[in-house]
Write a protein that binds this ligand. Structure first.
Ligand SMILES: NC(=O)c1ccc[n+]([C@@H]2O[C@H](COP(=O)([O-])OP(=O)(O)OC[C@H]3O[C@@H](n4cnc5c(N)ncnc54)[C@H](O)[C@@H]3O)[C@@H](O)[C@H]2O)c1
Length: 356
């Protein structure tokens, strides 16, 4: 088992990473929560695979379990679904001493965390992330929120859980596309902070080997995120490093209406393109973009958008940045394992995305 303690000015909380920890969730929750009532927020997919097992064991321990179900997918991070969650919490009679458990991928985690942060001005919650992305990224760091019709994550909060319980065995049922989607963020951590992890990832040649090493990989990613979040919880400085590949990635996702590329795939293309450019400019060590391409291919991720006229995409990136401040922060690499924040003039963004 790996244990990480997140130490913040207002709150400390543990992240426990252990194969099979889901089987002792009753005991783990019982150690930190002494009331009876728990609202588990989850999606239909997770409920179908793990719901009965969890509900039975928590009930047998003596908890009163109420399940709030949402549809799988990004559509559930909406005001309508949030309102449904609030109504269910009222129906159940959840009060400020009770507990919410977010049991699912990043969508459930962001939605349930935001509901917890706002319902009755804030009640306690626990994260039990089930997708790779949620286990290495979204369940750690306290960002919670929902989307608005005009954009993603436009309503949100910083609100940390009481504890995060990560069971790598849950990934056995995760569909492949989501597994590799999460791997893009794993690769991001390696690129910005951890050359040894990059080499480790390169040495893993099959999905089976990846699963053998996944507990340690999750630990490395969560440790990097913890360290960055502790220094800069509200993303005014170092936390921006976690956005490596995301300026281009977000633009690609949006340009293709969130249909063609998953978030991880778009970030993968973003990491490669910006590094190819910074390498040509002499900012990044030669050969770094080839190393990124190699690892992306190994994990079934794209490194380019393919044959399209990219001028409209470049225009849309420039347009996207129009409302922002004159100086933009973009994340570049000195080499693998060494990311840094580079300040550029807004007008110069085109130069950095010309390899799309
Ligand atoms: N809060 C943050 O810091 C942060 C960081 C990164 C991403 N996010 C958010 O995370 C969301 C994406 O998260 P995601 O990729 O986990 O998406 P998701 O929650 O939609 O999960 C992906 C799919 O996998 C299924 N699934 C999840 N775990 C499974 C399992 N163990 N077995 C079988 N199926 C499983 C889900 O039902 C869903 O269909 C986005 O909304 C993004 O904005 C938040």
């Amino acid at each position: 088992m790996y244990k990480i303690k997140v130490n913040l000015a207002q709150k400390d909380y543990p992240i426990l990473i252990k194969r099979g920890i889901i089987n002792s969730l009753d005991f783990e929750i019982g150690r930190i929560y002494k009331n009876k009532k728990i609202a588990i927020i989850t999606d239909h997919n997770i409920k179908g695979i793990y719901g009965d097992r969890i509900i039975e064991s928590l009930s047998a321990y003596g908890f009163q379990i109420h399940t709030i179900l949402v549809n799988p997918g990004e559509g559930s991070k909406s005001i309508q679904v949030l309102s449904h969650v609030y109504n269910q919490l009222l129906d159940i009679g959840i009060n400020r001493k009770d507990l919410i458990v977010a049991f699912g991928g990043g969508v459930v985690g962001d939605l349930a965390g935001f509901a917890a942060s706002t319902f009755l001005r804030g009640i306690r919650y626990i994260q039990v992330p089930t997708s790779l992305l949620a286990q290495i990224d979204s369940s750690v760091g306290g960002k919670v929120g929902i989307n608005l019709p005009r954009g993603k994550n436009l309503v949100g909060n910083f609100y940390h859980p009481e504890s995060v319980f990560i069971d790598p065995d849950l990934l056995n049922t995760l569909p492949n596309r989501y597994l590799y989607d999460g791997m893009a963020e794993v690769i991001k951590y390696a690129c910005i902070r951890d050359k040894t992890m990059y080499e480790k990832l390169l040495s893993i040649e099959s999905k089976e080997k990846l699963y053998e090493n996944i507990e340690e990989i999750i630990y490395s990613c969560c440790s990097i995120k913890k360290e960055i979040v502790e220094k800069d919880e509200r993303e005014s400085g170092e936390r921006m490093l976690l956005n490596f590949g995301h300026t281009i990635g977000h633009a690609i996702e949006k340009f293709f209406n969130y249909e063609t590329f998953t978030h991880g795939e778009a970030v993968a293309i973003g990491m490669y393109c910006i590094t190819r450019q910074s390498e040509e400019m002499g900012i990044t060590k030669k050969g770094t973009s080839s190393l990124i391409k190699r690892i992306l291919v190994q994990y079934n991720l794209p490194f380019e958008i393919g044959e399209i006229d990219n001028s409209r995409l470049l225009e849309s990136i420039a347009l996207d940045k129009k409302g922002e401040e004159d100086i933009l922060n973009i994340v570049l690499l000195k080499e693998i394992g060494a990311g840094f924040i580079n300040k550029i003039n807004k007008e110069d963004i085109g130069e950095f995305v010309s390899h799309l």
